[in-house]
Write a protein that binds this ligand. Structure first.
Ligand code: AP5
Ligand code: NA
Length: 346
């Protein structure tokens, strides 16, 4: 970090979740009708998972929630507290205390809405070998309302920010809040960044996603998410990731003076940066199998690394290289956690 940044220049909204992570046998997943590398929302039949993980497997509790993960990583790299502000809803319980403490430790300025009658949300992280399957029980996170953003102190935080980041996951919770932040960003000509988050978002929440898309300046996603978007849109089945990226940036945009950018990750294969009609590739330095602890949080960490540079007005090239740096680091640590001091060099 060279120069000091203004506090609160980055505002994020999302689901604050406590991850309950454990290595489980394949039959555990099968028993709940889950796939190896998926992310779903918990239904009634998934509810016993959380207790089972704690009682029968060596479950670890880790701060989670996609946007909060990204902001924690951005803060770690920035090394200056309170550059990032986070909004989301938690319960009034011990899990909320853990999330609050983890956010504070990382330097994220979390302003939680608190639901008094619903517990803090959790996400089961089921690890099978090098795969992980997520099952989010949003609980209190689902209780977020736009009133929280309208409170004068919070409204001031949104108005004063210079960059905005919201996950696709938040579309299942409160589209009016997303539209309101997007409109503020647009009115002030400030960048609004979003993530496709998971295939189910495109499959089941395409309508609110398309409503916010005209406001999105930078869209992030991985291969599976990009393909899910393309399929739901009815784009040609043989469209590859480059083609999908070009179509994503060409979707209608309100502020046409700032063309949309798409950034698509594909595991250890190069990251694609799509602008207009051009696609640039950024190599990933592949980790050896024995260096991988778990890939949980890799995508979130990529965004966190990216944001840490983006808020310093660094070039997209530097932002993406820092994204890869952060993802690589997080893969060598459990969940979306980091260790030691960051050593990213431009
Ligand atoms: P999860 O989906 O695991 O995190 P993620 O950040 O998306 O990580 P993935 O492993 O899925 O990565 P990716 O596929 O996006 O990226 P890619 O592989 O392309 O989710 C974690 C969190 O989500 C949890 O904490 C949970 O709480 C939260 N969550 C779940 N449901 C939620 C909900 N409904 N609402 C809110 N939160 C929710 O890789 C990205 C980058 O990683 C690459 O570009 C590269 O730089 C690097 N990389 C990947 N593989 C390698 C490798 N082998 N070697 C070196 N670098 C690598
Ligand atoms: Na990890």
């Amino acid at each position: 970090m060279t120069s000091k940044l203004q506090e609160g220049i980055l505002v994020g909204c999302g689901n604050p979740l406590l991850d309950i992570s454990a290595t489980v046998p394949m039959h555990f997943l099968q028993g709940y009708g889950m796939k190896e590398d998926d992310a779903i929302l918990a239904e009634e039949r998934h509810m016993p998972i959380y207790r089972e993980l704690v009682e029968n497997y060596k479950a670890e509790y880790l701060a989670g929630g996609s946007v909060q993960n990204s902001l924690r990583i951005a803060q770690w790299i920035l090394g200056q507290p309170k550059v990032a502000v986070f909004f989301g809803c938690v319960g009034k319980d011990n899990y909320a205390d853990i999330l609050r403490e983890k956010a504070r430790e990382a330097g994220v300025d979390a302003h939680y809405q608190v639901s008094t009658d619903t517990p803090t949300g959790t996400c089961a992280v089921l690890i099978t070998g090098t795969h992980r399957s997520l099952c989010a029980n949003l609980a209190a996170a689902n209780k977020f309302t736009i009133d929280h953003l309208k409170q004068p102190a919070n409204k001031a935080l949104v108005d004063n920010a210079l960059y905005y980041y919201i996950s696709g996951f938040f579309l299942t919770v409160n589209p009016p809040s997303i539209m309101s932040v997007a409109a503020t960003a647009n009115a002030k000509q400030r960048p609004f960044l979003m993530n496709l988050s998971a295939p189910f978002i495109s499959q089941f929440f395409m309508e609110p996603l398309l409503k916010v898309m005209p406001y999105v300046d930078i869209i992030f996603g991985n291969e599976a998410e990009a393909h899910a978007f393309a399929t739901t849109q009815g784009w040609p089945a043989d469209a590859d990731l480059r083609e999908i990226g070009k179509r994503l940036v060409a979707l209608p945009k309100i502020n046409s003076a700032r063309p949309r950018i798409a950034i698509l990750t594909q595991g250890c294969d190069p990251v694609l940066l799509i602008q207009h009609d051009t696609v640039q590739e950024f190599e990933v330095t592949r980790l050896a199998v024995h260096e991988i602890v778990d890939t949980n949080g890799a995508g979130d960490a990529f965004v966190g690394g990216f944001l840490s540079q983006y808020v310093q007005d660094k070039s997209l090239d530097v932002c993406i290289r820092c994204g890869n740096y952060a993802a690589r680091h997080i893969i060598m640590n459990p969940g979306c956690t980091y260790s030691g001091e960051p050593d990213f060099v431009e």
